[in-house]
Design a protein around this ligand. Structure first.
Ligand code: NAD
Ligand code: ZN
Length: 359
């Protein structure tokens, strides 16, 4: 088993990465000083695949676990289903030393983390991420939240988990499209931080797509190390943490315009990664050959790299102007200078983006 430490003073925690490790989670959290009453939060899809194993494991370790499921889908990451979690926790008398175990993808991780951060002014939670996106991104770093009908992730907290438990075997049942969407975030880490990771993604495509154990462990571990390092430096995103948003300014705008229906998050980010690299080239920050390498890698994993012709460019610009990071019509972008290094660039004029998209 591999371990990555997220250093945050008294809120530090481990990310454990291994194959077929679900059954030992109970033993691992035994020493956490928790009350015996805990809850596993999941959705029916993931719970039917892995729920019993996690339940067995915590029961064997002496916990009395209840199960809370919420329906499968981004649409259920909302206040109503959060309320449902609180109802169950209160009904079953979970206390201030109880813990929640989030078993699922980013949706389950985010809503469970939010519930944990607010229930009785904050209790422990453990992330057991089962999508690649959650394993390399959403389970690490302590951003929690639910959606509001007027905006995604608009209600949330920073609340770090006590442990992230990544069983890479769970990826075997993950639909291929979801796997690829998670890979977009891995490619992002390569571009912003680590050219060796980028090279590895270029040279080991088949191994990765076939879930070769060593290759998958390497890319997850490296991604978690990078996220852990960035988050340790800037937990609340007042500075460097924003580099993790590379590809996301344009990616989010695409998701908004297509009403979150046409693309998975990672697919929209894949387009954003390519276009924001091209923007960087227009500003003379990066060579064209590097931009083409990024685009080629995205395409080699079967992900989209361009905004499709039927989407009106003006519709993409509007959500970007409304973006909470936009100030007075000028946008902040994370722009690569070469593969493995980025800079935060403020004050990019809308006209410039119009040119980029209109090319
Ligand atoms: N907190 C953060 O820092 C952060 C970062 C990025 C994304 N997010 C959030 O994460 C969410 C997206 O997460 P996601 O991409 O994991 O989506 P998801 O949680 O909706 O999971 C995708 C689908 O895969 C299914 N699934 C999960 N694990 C499976 C498995 N092992 N086998 C078979 N099916 C499985 C799920 O039931 C679901 O249908 C969004 O809500 C986004 O806002 C949060
Ligand atoms: Zn993302």
């Amino acid at each position: 088993m591999e371990k990555v430490r997220v250093e945050l003073g008294e809120r530090s925690y481990d990310i454990a990465i291994g194959f077929h490790i679900l059954d030992s989670i109970g033993e691992t959290i035994k020493s956490f000083g928790l009350s015996p009453r805990i809850a596993i939060v999941s959705n029916p899809t993931v719970f039917s695949l892995y729920g019993e194993r996690v339940l067995d494991s915590v029961r064997k370790a002496g916990f009395n676990a209840i199960t809370i499921t919420i329906p499968d889908g981004e649409g259920y990451k909302d206040i109503q289903w959060l309320q449902h979690i609180y109802d169950e926790l209160l009904k079953h008398k979970l206390d201030r030393s109880s813990a929640l175990i989030a078993l699922g993808g980013g949706v389950i991780g985010d809503i469970t983390g939010f519930a944990a951060s607010t229930y009785m002014r904050g209790i422990s939670y453990i992330q057991v991420p089962t999508t690649l996106l959650a394993q390399v991104d959403s389970s690490v770093g302590g951003k929690t939240g639910v959606n509001h009908k007027l905006g995604k992730n608009m209600i949330g907290t920073f609340w770090q988990p006590r442990l992230v438990w990544v069983d890479t075997e769970t990826l075997k049942t993950l639909p291929q499209r979801e796997l690829l969407a998670g890979l977009a975030e891995v490619i992002k880490y390569g571009v912003i931080w680590d050219n060796e990771l980028f090279d590895f993604l270029e040279n080991n495509r088949n191994k990765i797509l076939n879930l070769d154990r060593d290759a998958i462990t390497y890319i997850i571990k490296r991604s978690c190390e990078i996220k852990a390092e960035v988050v340790s430096k800037d937990e609340r995103e007042s500075g460097i943490r924003s580099i993790l948003n590379y590809g996301h300014t344009i990616g989010h705008a695409i998701e908004t315009v297509t009403e979150y229906k046409r693309y998975l998050h990672g697919e929209a980010v894949a387009i954003g990664i390519c276009l924001e690299a091209r923007l960087s080239n227009m500003l003379n920050f990066i060579d064209m050959n590097q931009v083409l390498r990024i685009k080629t890698l995205i395409e080699s994993y079967g992900m989209p790299s361009e905004i499709p012709a039927d989407i009106d460019i003006n519709n993409i610009l509007t959500p970007m102007q409304l973006d909470k990071k936009a100030v007075a019509g000028e946008l902040k972008f994370i722009l690569p200078e070469r593969i493995g290094a980025v800079r935060i660039h403020k004050g990019i004029k809308m006209e410039f983006i119009r040119n980029l998209l209109g090319e």
